[in-house]
Design a binder for this molecule. Structure first.
Ligand code: 13P
Length: 229
């Protein structure tokens, strides 16, 4: 299983350091086949010691240059960061990242050999329109994205399940993952209100290779409870 924590706009450099020190200690006892990825905010990126991978939540597809407020390859290389989240629904929605922009980032970081966690997910009105609508919507989010790239992990995160406390049902996750797996041969994470109370049933679903966790990852006790569940 892969356990990925997306801190979003939470935690400081100081609290991330304390979190990761505590996590590193706990992980020295984890199962060997599990992998842990942590996506702290950009200001907390650093070199950390521990059996986990630290990645960037976002970066601009450039080595460096005039892109006010953004970070590029140069700022990631300083800390040896080689993993990045691309296509998260919050960036698509609030930061107005079009599919074209998302695909451009994907290409750039693919060419740089990054491990990419590529996020897709449908809004509630699409889910309510039925399975075909969901399939069409999700597959459109693969436009311009080369899934033959070996170093990509896909994360399915239904928007209506993110931060709402209401995860998708086991049936919804199982059928969506099964559908997605007929279109790609990549590891597939589920994200959306994953928490200690539902990790076991979500992790047991066929086609779920791991989870991408927001709110319930912010507390190191809660996140490690999921890893050791
Ligand atoms: P929550 O776990 O808070 O629902 O967030 C999921 C998510 O968006 C992870 O990327």
């Amino acid at each position: 299983m892969i356990f990925a924590a997306n801190f979003k706009t939470n935690h400081t450099r100081q609290s991330t350091k304390a979190y990761l020190e505590s996590l590193a200690f706990k992980l020295s006892q984890k199962r060997l086949e599990d992998r842990v990825l942590i996506f702290p905010p950009a200001t907390a990126l650093d070199r950390y010691e521990g059996d986990f991978t630290v990645g960037a939540q976002n970066a601009y597809p450039t080595r460096n240059g005039a892109f006010t407020g953004e970070i590029g390859l140069e700022q990631l290389e300083e800390f040896g960061i080689k993993t990045i989240l691309i296509g998260h629904s919050e960036r698509r929605e609030y930061l107005c990242e079009s599919q074209e922009k998302v695909a451009e980032k994907y290409r750039f970081f693919m060419e740089e050999g990054f491990e990419i966690i590529y996020c897709i997910g449908e809004p509630l009105e699409v889910r309510e329109s039925g399975e075909k609508a969901v399939r069409d919507y999700l597959l459109a989010q693969f436009q311009g994205v080369d899934l033959s790239y070996k170093n990509v992990i896909v994360a399915y995160e239904p928007i209506w399940a993110i931060g709402t406390g209401r995860s998708a049902t086991v049936e919804e996750i199982a059928s969506t993952h099964a559908m997605l797996k007929t279109h790609m041969e990549r590891l597939l994470l589920y994200g959306g209100s994953v928490k200690p109370a539902n990790i076991k049933e979500i992790a047991a679903i066929e086609g779920v290779d791991g989870v991408l966790v927001g709110s319930a990852s912010l507390d190191v006790e809660s996140f490690s409870e999921m890893i050791f569940a």
